[in-house]
Ligand binder design. Structure first.
Ligand code: PBG
Length: 352
């Protein structure tokens, strides 16, 4: 008797008045959750990064990025076809040149690693969008994202600090390399060096070379983040001295990030990118409110490595952690996400 009273008193229908909100009604079953789901991750949202190198028949595992590889040019056609077959619309290319020098000349050499890679991919999978990451850090012998102020350099300026990244001379090289990549067939140029005026300089150069159809995805707000560590290992692009804080954003600054994004929108960027992704969701979300242009987010190497590292220990479920982070990035406002999980995510989504 006593028991029954207790049950009645605490039963769902009597404990809370009819007017109380019961949001849990819409979470009762998998089907109703599907019905009210606000954000859906699709293969169409994803961009897959590729690391490309010289050599023959190479697929070298990147230790700090499980499941990612450096691929030699001769393995690219098959990889491009496989990515296109999965329904992923775009790839982002990073090159590891045979030789590095002070000005990163492989980047603007029409026979350099990336122009060759672009041509191979466009031939193998013509509908796959090729985005060329436009930066010099993989190509310079000092590992910085452009020309460095030092005596002996043709652009040496004694008024500027030694080791300073020379902005405007680097813009000329970025413009030149962008035209070379566009001529090789790149659909989108993605300047990632955080130099002042890079979008305007590249737009002008492309338009001046009958490449007005080529789009620019600007790394508009890119923080000087520790989470790029595994990438620098993968792309052999760690700076030989100092760090990138004189050109990349202080991760502590949100308003400055938004000013940077506004500048790139004004300069003619077609797509605005925020990076890294999870650490910058607030910036991404505010950019979504303020700008109408498509927004991209880059889930960077360290974000990928963290999830893999924890999954390896058995501390996190790999698939669910990856998918939850991707959907969170989309929910915050990204129209597209660059992710090393792209291929896995497509497979996971298909079997969900
Ligand atoms: C080149 C570039 C970097 C990344 C993308 N483009 C490295 C850097 O700025 O040091 C990082 C991507 C990643 O960590 O996955 N400037």
């Amino acid at each position: 008797m006593e028991d029954q009273k207790l049950t009645t008193a605490t039963s769902e229908s009597s404990g809370v008045s009819a007017a109380s909100p019961r949001p849990r009604r819409l979470r009762l079953s998998a089907s109703i959750r599907r019905l009210v789901r606000e954000t859906a991750l699709r293969p169409d949202d994803l961009i897959y990064p590729l690391f490309i190198r010289h050599g023959q028949d190479l697929k070298l595992p990147i230790e700090s990025m499980p499941g990612q590889f450096q691929l030699s040019l001769d393995r690219l056609s098959a990889e491009a076809e496989a990515i296109a077959d999965l329904g992923i619309p775009a790839v982002l290319l990073f090159g590891i040149p045979a030789v590095k020098d002070a000005c990163g000349s492989d980047n603007f050499n029409p026979a350099g690693i990336i122009p060759r890679a672009i041509a191979i991919i466009k031939e193998a999978a013509p509908d796959l969008i090729v985005i060329s990451d436009m930066c010099f850090c993989e190509y310079t012998d000092h590992g910085h994202c452009g020309l460095i102020n030092s005596p002996g350099n043709a652009h040496f300026d004694p008024n500027l600090p030694l080791g300073y990244l020379l902005n405007d001379p680097t813009l000329e090289l970025l413009a030149r390399a962008s035209v070379v990549h566009a001529r090789a067939g790149a659909d989108i140029i993605a300047p990632s060096g955080m130099l002042d005026g890079m979008v305007a300089a590249i737009r002008r150069a492309l338009d001046g070379d009958a490449m007005s159809h080529v789009a620019i995805m600007s790394y508009a707000a890119k923080a000087a983040s520790v989470f790029y560590g595994p990438f620098r290992h993968a792309a052999h692009s760690a700076p030989g001295f100092g760090d990138r804080r004189q050109y990349q954003l202080d991760p502590a600054n949100r308003r400055e990030a938004l000013r940077e994004i506004a500048l790139d929108a004004d300069e003619g960027a077609d797509i605005l990118l925020v990076k890294p992704a999870l650490p910058c969701l607030d910036i991404l979300n505010e950019a979504r409110r303020r700008f109408d242009l498509p927004l991209a987010a880059y889930q960077v190497s360290g974000e990928y490595a963290m999830i893999h590292g924890a999954a390896r220990q058995g501390w996190l479920d790999l698939e669910r952690s990856a998918l939850e982070s991707l959907v969170s990035i989309k929910r915050a406002g990204a129209d597209m996400i660059i992710s090393y999980f792209a291929k896995d995510a497509v497979a996971w989504l298909a079997s969900a």
